[in-house]
Ligand binder design. Structure first.
Ligand SMILES: Cc1cc2nc3c(=O)[nH]c(=O)nc-3n(C[C@H](O)[C@H](O)[C@H](O)COP(=O)(O)OP(=O)(O)OC[C@H]3O[C@@H](n4cnc5c(N)ncnc54)[C@H](O)[C@@H]3O)c2cc1C
Length: 474
């Protein structure tokens, strides 16, 4: 950097690093963003992982948090090339008996399709849907005294439970229970743990309020748009720059790290007080993912046709089965029939694959750092609900946890959320501090998904970190 000085240096160009850099550059700070990989975007990238012209989302695929994020909504994303494509319905969850639970955009349609459980579904999610954007803003904010206490209290009372207890207590029949179980499993926690219900309800709520869209062309479009916006504000980006120690960084007033706590401890070792550093080193990472992508010769041959309307399909059967699988992963085991999240982006965005061909994205949860090949188990679940799936496979890409981490070193042991999001690490993320984005070292901040509100492509961690910097002044 030839002795140059910046107001702020951001290390890491995921959605949160980009968001932090944009917020600071927008306040007329001179900003340099350093990214280890050759492409910008972190967990928000797209690449030809299988065959030429098949464009796969390497990490994030569906963006309920992206369309709902107050920060991303404040950017001119459409002018910068982001076109949201909404699948026919956000989510389908098939069962062995042929029934399918469907999360529609409309609360009413979802409830109506759940038969005798419809009334309970309406009662469960109706108040949150009515609270709308106010509630979303609270959920994507740092922990603080709520600005909408009634909506938050109501959501908190229901959400601060386990999804297993909530779904069993509220619903009589398998489809509604399974739908809720699949939503809760996005937390990576056993479904008997608090606050799995909050995760599940938030995702369902976003399905109704904002949908679960994909960006036309792939998730890379979001990162590219953010990078273009940053450059437009005068920010500089340097890719291919893996920061190993503080000494490599140019002089700046503020340093914001889009990395996880243990990485920050290593990079800023001699700058951080030892007590804080050891708390960062004790930070807990969660289960990993075994991720797969397929190039297919046609659409997935679902037994239940309703699945063809959905962007995302949850495979794992009943609540009991999903709960057992997630609990096994938490204990360090590999279930034979894991819960599998499937994305079929090319059904709704034809730019992802050559005409008549398709891309499929999917993963299951595995113990952190697992080296077990889950190809058979994942494809077994696809064959269970879509017999003949394997016959359509033209090529497949496997990303076990080590490979996920090789693509992005923030995915420690394959953890895609920047650390466990259980009750303790939700409230004290990464450690218990009034402003979790600050550190005891002057001018050093954390802005990754290891800070509130946690994982997902929303940029809110970066935005809140930048606001903490701006509050302290230049
Ligand atoms: C398989 C998978 C599926 C996912 N699906 C979804 C989804 O459908 N929807 C959704 O909303 N979210 C999804 N996510 C989660 C989402 O991708 C992350 O939560 C989000 O990207 C976190 O953003 P971030 O900016 O905090 O970190 P990241 O996106 O992880 O970015 C961190 C960046 O920092 C860089 N970096 C790290 N260390 C250094 C260093 N020392 N020097 C320089 N640069 C460094 C990395 O290369 C990376 O680019 C998924 C993630 C994965 C892996």
């Amino acid at each position: 950097m030839g002795g140059r000085r910046f107001d702020a240096v951001v290390v890491g160009g995921g959605p949160n690093g980009l968001a932090a850099a944009i917020e600071l550059a927008g306040a007329e700070w001179s900003v340099l963003l350093l990214e280890a990989e050759e492409t910008i975007g972190g967990g928000c990238r797209t690449a030809e992982l299988t065959l030429p012209e098949f464009r796969h989302d390497v990490c994030s695929a569906f963006h309920p948090l992206g369309v709902a994020s107050p920060f991303l909504r404040s950017l001119p994303l459409a002018d910068l090339g982001v076109e949201w494509v909404h699948p026919g319905v956000p989510l389908a969850h098939p069962l062995d008996d042929g029934r399918v639970a469907v999360l529609h955009r409309s609360l009413e349609e979802t409830a109506a399709a759940l038969g005798e459980d419809g009334k309970a579904y309406r009662k469960l999610l109706g108040p949150a849907v009515s609270a709308g954007d106010d509630l979303v803003r609270e959920l994507l904010g740092p922990l603080r005294i709520p600005r909408h206490p009634v909506a938050m209290a109501r959501f908190g009372l229901t959400g601060l439970r386990s999804m297993a207890a909530l779904a069993r207590g509220r619903f009589e029949d398998q489809p509604a229970r399974a739908l809720l179980a699949g939503l809760g499993a996005h937390s990576f926690l056993p479904l008997e743990q608090v606050p799995t219900a909050a995760f599940g309800l938030a995702l369902g709520l976003l399905g109704h309020l904002a949908g679960w869209p994909v960006p036309k062309g792939g998730s890379q479009r979001i990162a590219d748009a953010m990078a273009a916006h940053l450059r437009g504000l005068g920010g500089e980006i340097q890719t291919g720059m893996r920061v190993r120690s503080f000494a490599e960084l140019p002089s700046a007033k503020a340093y914001l790290f889009d990395v996880t706590p243990r990485q920050l401890a290593r990079i800023a070792w001699d700058r951080l007080p030892s007590g804080y550093r050891s708390r960062l080193e004790r930070y807990r990472y969660g289960p990993g993912v075994f991720k797969m992508d397929w190039a297919l010769d046609g659409p997935i041959p679902w037994k239940a046709e309703a699945c063809l309307a959905a962007g995302t399909v949850h495979l794992g059967g009943t609540l009991d089965e999903i709960a057992a699988g997630e609990a096994a992963v938490w204990r360090g085991e590999h279930p034979d029939r894991p819960f599998v999240l499937v994305g079929q982006q090319s059904l709704f965005d034809p730019t992802r694959a050559p005409e008549g061909k398709h891309t499929v994205w999917g993963y299951c949860h595995v113990p952190n750092g697992s080296t077990v090949d889950m190809t058979g188990q994942i494809e077994g679940q696809l064959e269970r609900f879509a017999p003949g799936f394997r016959d359509l496979v033209l090529a497949r890409s496997l990303m076990p946890p080590a490979e996920v981490e090789r693509h992005n070193e923030n995915c420690v042991g394959g953890d895609i959320n920047g650390g466990v999001q259980d009750l303790r690490q939700l409230f004290a993320r990464p450690t218990a501090r009034w402003s979790p984005y600050t550190t005891p070292a002057d001018g050093i901040y954390l802005c990754s998904s290891s800070t509130p509100p946690g994982g997902g492509v929303h940029g809110m961690c970066g935005y809140h970190a930048a606001r903490a910097v701006l509050r302290r002044g230049r």
